[in-house]
Design a protein around this ligand. Structure first.
Ligand code: IPE
Ligand code: IPE
Ligand code: MG
Length: 257
């Protein structure tokens, strides 16, 4: 049993943010574990192990900053391409981390949710995700959504197939699909729009993460590999976000004087 820790760290306080409100929904591609480990002469799985502390620190930092939704990419539908050893490690590791950290998350008022596909995902992982969801269902401080066996394109295809079946059986009226309808069919459909999309490790790509919800997300790419990422890295990204100008397609005429 891990020691339960307070959310705040002595002497580490959120900075002054810019003029926009703190993002309600932050999504993070937790990337760079393997490179972090290999650069230190370690195997890739050692990098994954080092990512656990980063995640907990970032959750704490999100709570301190007032973020309500934090969604993290833990395993993609494309990550099955990795070696059987790495895939096996990641499946077992997800179970372990959830078991080891759920009481801490619960004590912080975090609601844990899962977004992803059932097919192929190890049943032990699904069980652990569902146990964490049940334990934390009533929590309101922050919702932490773990994207495990998640991929945007396949969830859209799953949704289209389910919708066409519902049209065929008369449950759904042909031609009636709205943005709201699609959200109901996505496994990540309960998530609000992403305000701030962060990727660690220096890679500057989306990698099939939350394509629907990130239509107007502000993107922040940080060179820090995930094992070295912490609440201060999150706060830096929030500072950048709060100094941006979000227009959502609109425009304001302001000729320089
Ligand atoms: C992210 O780190 C974690 C997962 C994808 C599970 P990587 O394992 O992708 O690390 P790099 O990008 O190879 O360094
Ligand atoms: C995205 O990272 C998936 C996760 C962080 C879980 P990847 O490392 O798999 O993405 P690519 O292959 O570099 O695009
Ligand atoms: Mg990677």
């Amino acid at each position: 049993m891990t020691q339960l820790e307070p959310v705040s760290k002595p002497g580490v306080k959120p900075p002054k943010f810019g003029s926009l409100p703190v993002p309600a929904h932050v999504a993070i591609v937790m990337d760079g574990n393997g490179r972090w480990a290999n650069a230190r002469g370690l195997t890739r799985v050692e990098g994954h192990k080092a990512g656990e502390v980063a995640l907990l620190d970032v959750v704490a930092g999100a709570i301190e900053a007032g973020v309500k939704n934090l969604t993290v990419f833990a395993f993609s539908t494309e990550n099955w391409k990795r070696s059987p050893e790495e895939v096996r490690f990641l499946m077992g590791y997800n179970v372990e981390v959830l078991r080891r950290r759920r009481d801490q998350l619960n004590a912080w008022g975090v609601r844990v949710r899962w977004a992803g596909r059932r097919p192929r995902l190890w049943s032990s992982v699904i069980r652990e995700l569902e146990a964490a969801e049940a334990l934390t269902a009533k929590n309101k401080t922050l919702t932490l959504t773990m994207c495990v066996n998640y991929g945007s394109r396949v969830e859209m295809l799953d949704a289209i197939n389910a919708m066409s079946a519902d049209v065929a059986s008369g449950v759904l009226k042909s031609g009636s699909v709205t943005e709201k309808t699609l959200s109901k069919y996505l496994n990540s459909g309960f998530l609000p729009d992403v305000d701030l999309f962060i990727r660690s490790s220096g890679e500057q790509r989306i990698s099939n993460f939350l394509l629907w919800q990130s239509a107007y997300a502000e993107l922040v790419f940080d060179d820090t590999p995930w094992p070295d990422f912490n609440r201060k890295s999150l706060w830096n990204a929030i500072v950048a976000f709060t100094n941006r100008d979000r227009r959502f397609g609109g425009a304001v005429d302001k000729p320089a004087k």
